[in-house]
Design a protein around this ligand. Structure first.
Ligand SMILES: Nc1ncnc2c1ncn2[C@@H]1O[C@H](COP(=O)(O)OP(=O)(O)OP(=O)(O)O)[C@@H](O)[C@H]1O
Ligand SMILES: [Zn+2]
Length: 672
């Protein structure tokens, strides 16, 4: 059989489905596929088998053993290799005539600038985090390249085609913020297993093995939010007392084999695990109990007793008879120095051990042994240890500590398996959901390439047996979106030779102030403000000295809120650009932002504008401003911070929250 005939046979079916015209375009269509994980592997397979011929596959990660259950392009021998390279090599065998260019890198790296994005016909996202998704969304808008965005969470999945000025972008709709808990719930009044898990993972583990020496910032914040002052003061003292335990963990010699030493005095030196236990599960709880008010309407916790748990005589209130006994020892024998002959982590080779609930005594043994293992790592030179769901020592520690805390607060315990899932924020990935999503991505991509925009759909995979897939028409861009409503432009330059004022004047050009030309503007990079009409200190500095480089965006915001924001991507000069020419190339034509309907503003009292001092404004080299004007979140409407500033300059004081105390402003007018 000749090569031609085998190719013809290979493509006969797909050609019949797609039609000659579209099918013949696929080999030369340039696709960027971002992410070679669960969705990415399925998608690469689809892309290759559909007949696309030029694929760039980018992923920053290496293969982990836990990926193998669903990332079917990888085998055990590939663990620790680059995902992009292995996926490309495996998928190439499905169709050797496809060019797959693997890149092992972060999509946010500066070399992947707008011009690079523009070199593709379409971008397909197979990512797993908001930050990277937002970045690609923005780059595709700036480059005006269609994007198909996707995601799965267990049985749920979603595919969203995004076309500039035609559809909603990824940021048009606000995204849910990750769940957080009030600091006092975590630190003193937990009522659910997750509170104890978060405490063990995000408070106790960093306190003992991480950088955070007193968790002060969190408490300062809680105080500002108006949480109970006395409780905060107690928590502050509690945090300071960790210093002693941290020292012991870094200096003490844990007893042999990770066995717990029931009596610190008997060993001649304080045992660090015992010290940690006594502090957090006994003294700290006793301190909290001394605040009677706190327990007037809720069940008080029970301080735990190391020795009694170790010898099996500890009884929690409410536990009675044989239940109490089995809850504590599980019938296991405990020897004289408090070590259990079969520690849970060593007791069984079966994975079932991960799924059983630990007795109080087993939690204690695990607490001591994991503390010793982590302390040994610090003593062996590790600077700090933070939680990683795949690091057995940290997972054991969090399992033990959260279960002990749950016991003290009368909360149900959780197995190591459940804790891994909860502490690791794991949403089980289901290969079938990934496969369905990957199939839909290709269908939407084909729709985009055919330019049949009426057929574009936001598709959801849902857990409804009657309607497993829902396909909704795509919405238009949101009028208020601070990402896709910007006017995009590109400024090619050598950041070491271009000043901020050259940039501003160049982009605004010589117009008459009607969207172009000289007008009052502020310039931002991400959350930093680089200049505004009252702050000109940076104007003669180079972009490089302001840490503005290739791949970043500078936003030009109209001070009067009359014109839309211009979002300028910084790109590279062409290699043949002469050194004698200006060190930048302006976009042609210059960006012309749309006119904005001016919001009605209450006439403020006239007060002379106040010049800002340098330390009040942006602090360069990445340090945050004392009082940042805008935050980093793309949802922020860039017009509103400057509107807020204008009002402030006009004498109105805008409070961040209703409790903010103002001491130097005698007259306040409350406005909504
Ligand atoms: N900024 C980024 N640049 C490049 N690749 C990225 C970036 N952020 C995430 N990725 C990649 O996106 C892929 C997402 O795949 P997936 O959701 O299956 O995650 P995973 O890390 O493989 O699995 P799990 O998180 O369950 O261990 C990962 O391979 C990840 O490395
Ligand atoms: Zn948008």
């Amino acid at each position: 059989m000749t090569t031609t005939s085998s190719t013809t046979l290979r493509t006969a079916h797909i050609k019949a489905i797609l039609g000659n015209e579209l099918h013949s375009r696929l080999p030369s269509t340039k696709i960027l596929l971002v992410g070679a994980g669960g969705i990415g592997c399925e998608l690469l397979k689809n892309v290759v088998l559909t007949g696309f011929g030029d694929v760039t596959l980018l992923d920053l990660d290496t293969i982990d053993l836990s990926n193998l259950n669903r990332q079917f392009l990888f085998r055990k021998k590939d663990v620790k290799q680059s995902k992009a390279f292995v996926a490309a090599k495996t998928a190439n065998q499905f169709n050797p005539s496809v060019r797959i260019n693997p890149i092992h890198a972060n999509i946010k790296d500066p070399q992947f600038d707008v011009a690079w994005f523009r070199s593709f016909d379409i971008v397909l996202n197979a990512l797993d985090n908001l930050d990277a998704r937002r970045h690609v969304n923005r780059m595709c808008l700036a480059a005006n390249i269609p994007l198909v965005e996707s995601g799965t969470a267990g049985y749920l999945g979603q595919v969203q085609p995004i076309l500039k000025d035609r559809t909603e972008c990824f940021d048009c709709l606000p995204k849910p913020v990750p769940k957080s808990f009030p600091v006092c719930t975590i630190r003193s009044t937990p009522s659910q297993p997750i509170h104890c898990i978060v405490w063990a993972k995000s408070y106790l583990l960093p306190q003992l093995f991480g950088e955070d020496e007193n968790g002060g910032n969190e408490l300062d914040e809680a105080e500002k939010q108006g949480e109970n002052e006395q409780e905060i003061a107690t928590l502050r003292k509690e945090a300071q007392a960790f210093t002693l335990v941290r020292k012991a963990l870094r200096n003490s010699q844990p007893s042999a084999n990770g066995k717990m030493n029931g009596n610190s005095h008997a060993s001649g030196s304080a045992d660090a695990a015992r010290l940690a236990f006594d502090k957090v599960f006994s003294s700290d709880i006793k301190n909290l109990l001394s605040m009677a008010d706190m327990w007037a309407h809720r069940a008080p916790p029970t301080p735990l007793d190391f020795d009694k748990i170790a010898d099996g005589s500890f009884v929690l209130p409410g536990a009675t008879g044989s239940k109490a006994q089995s809850a504590q020892t599980n019938g296991k024998h405990v020897n004289g120095n408090g070590s259990q002959t079969s520690a849970p982590e060593a007791s069984s080779s079966s994975s079932l051990k991960d799924q059983k609930e630990l007795s109080l005594q087993e939690s204690l043994v695990l607490f001591v042994s994991s503390t010793h293992r982590l302390a040994a790592r610090l003593q062996a030179g590790e600077d700090t240890i933070s939680f990683d769901k795949d690091d057995d020592d940290t997972l054991d520690f969090v399992t033990a500590a959260s279960n002990l805390r749950s016991a003290a607060y009368g909360i149900a315990g959780k197995s190591r398996w459940e804790i891994k899932e909860m502490a690791g924020n794991i949403i089980p990935a289901i290969a079938t959901t990934n496969a369905i999503v990957a199939g839909i991505i290709v269908l939407q991509a084909l729709q985009v390439l055919k330019k049949e925009y009426s057929g574009l759909r936001n598709v959801h995979i849902q857990r409804k047996a009657e309607v497993p897939l829902s396909a909704c028409s795509v919405g238009p861009p949101s009028k208020n979106c601070a990402v896709c409503r910007d006017t995009y432009a590109e400024f090619l330059c050598d950041p070491a030779r271009v000043t901020l004022s050259q940039f501003i004047n160049g982009i605004l050009g010589e117009g008459d102030g009607d969207g172009t030309g000289e007008r009052d503007v502020s310039v931002y990079e991400a959350g930093r403000i680089l200049s505004d009409p009252d702050f000109d200190d940076n104007l003669e500095r180079t972009l490089e000295s302001l840490n503005v480089s290739r791949g970043k965006f500078l936003n030009i915001v109209d001070e009067d809120g009359e014109w839309g924001t211009i979002s300028v991507a910084i790109g590279q000069l062409p290699p043949n650009h002469s050194h004698d020419e200006p060190a930048f190339i302006l976009p042609s034509p210059l960006p012309l932002p749309p006119k904005i309907q001016k919001p009605t503003v209450i006439e403020p009292p006239s007060t002379p504008p106040r010049k800002r001092s340098a330390d009040e404004v942006e602090v360069l080299n990445g340090r945050p401003a004392k009082r940042p004007r805008v935050n980093d979140a793309p949802e922020v409407n860039m017009a509103s911070p400057s509107k807020k500033r204008r009002l402030e300059e006009d004498g109105l004081l805008i409070l961040e929250n209703p409790n903010e105390v103002v001491d130097d402003e005698p007259e306040l007018i409350a406005i909504d």
